[in-house]
Design a protein around this ligand. Structure first.
Ligand code: SAM
Length: 306
């Protein structure tokens, strides 16, 4: 398991590479070995797993992953951290270190171009930068990657949004999409003193496992995201108004009467707000809109992903 990393030795490492943590990039580096080892265990790594680490930092977690699998992509945006990250992973030649903004990265092609005959299952790891946690997770969910497990460390308020239930102020596209595709386990909290520099709040490690008990299957993944986002675009509007005014669904030209009949078909009261819809209702609603789209001649819209 990982060598002892104390705050003092970590500061030495920063000095050696002349690194000053950048607050705006969410750079609170994990320096606690116990937490690190628990995260690594939670990934349940096997030899041929493909692992993507988002925000590799100085490579503390990356090194532990690299020891366990060769199919490893470590993504880090900050070029100032590259010399240290490269040195940390020097003995693991097959690791692909990518200096890029994860949100801009074509991860699907990075994974498919890994020089391995069997990419195994894909696992995601990350002590995620707090300022873009939601866009990172949404990107992962929207991509066509078969993710088996994600173990992420996030701020507690983000966990609340991830596991929120209908009718609450935290319920939104993140909760709906995550709960559709994954089952979650809240593993443990990591207090501020486990990081350098210390953040103001505690973090929580959550494991997401690919969903086994779908409430119902979405027939069109891309449309599912559009419907969910449209339903929350203006939270105070009724679902019928949200769907008819939505910028994302506008080009389908669904007029209010059509939307009303779609909502009737899935037994959704057109006057409730999007935030009151259950996961199952979102799935049913998407599938009925999908059926409707199928009847529009030459609809340019949809890439089908069962
Ligand atoms: N994994 C390291 C650890 O646990 O010590 C670092 C975690 S730190 C909370 C978040 C890391 O994400 C930082 O190294 C930061 O530079 C990086 N980061 C921030 N924004 C990013 C982005 N858009 N794409 C990739 N990495 C990013």
């Amino acid at each position: 398991m990982a060598k002892e990393t104390t705050e003092a030795s970590f500061k030495e490492l920063l000095d050696k590479y002349d690194i000053k943590p950048t607050k705006s990039l969410g750079q609170n580096f994990l320096i606690d070995n116990f937490a690190l080892n628990c995260i690594i265990d939670a990934l349940e790594l096997k030899d041929n797993d493909t692992v993507v680490e988002i925000g590799a930092g100085l490579g503390t977690m990356s090194k532990e992953i690299a020891k366990r699998t060769e199919n490893f992509i470590a993504v880090e945006i900050d070029k100032h951290l590259m010399p240290c990250l490269n040195d940390s992973l020097r003995e693991y030649e097959k690791v692909r270190i990518i200096n890029a903004d994860f949100l801009e990265l074509d991860l699907e092609s990075e994974i498919s171009s890994l020089p391995v005959s069997d990419p195994g299952t894909v696992k995601i790891a990350g002590n995620l930068p707090y300022y873009i946690t939601t866009p990172i997770i949404m990107k992962l969910l929207e991509m066509d990657i078969n993710i088996e497990i994600m173990v992420v460390m996030v701020q507690k308020e983000v966990v609340d949004r991830m596991i929120a239930k209908p009718g609450t102020s935290q319920y939104g596209p993140l909760a709906v999409a995550l709960q559709y595709f994954f089952q979650h386990e809240i593993l443990f909290n990591v207090p501020p003193h486990c990081f350098y520099p210390k953040p103001k709040v505690s973090s929580t490690v959550v494991r997401f496992r690919k969903q086994k008990n779908y409430v119902n299957k979405v027939h069109n993944k891309k449309l599912f995201f559009e419907v969910v986002k449209a339903s929350f675009e203006q939270r105070r509007k009724t679902i019928i108004n949200s769907l008819s005014n939505s910028t994302t669904l506008k080009f389908l030209s669904l007029d209010k009467e059509v939307i009303k009949s779609i909502l009737d078909e899935v037994n959704i009261d057109s006057n409730i707000r999007g935030e009151a819809l259950s996961l199952e209702q979102f799935v049913n609603l998407t599938n009925v809109i999908d059926k409707y789209i199928d009847n529009i001649e030459g609809c340019p819209y949809i890439r089908k992903t069962p």
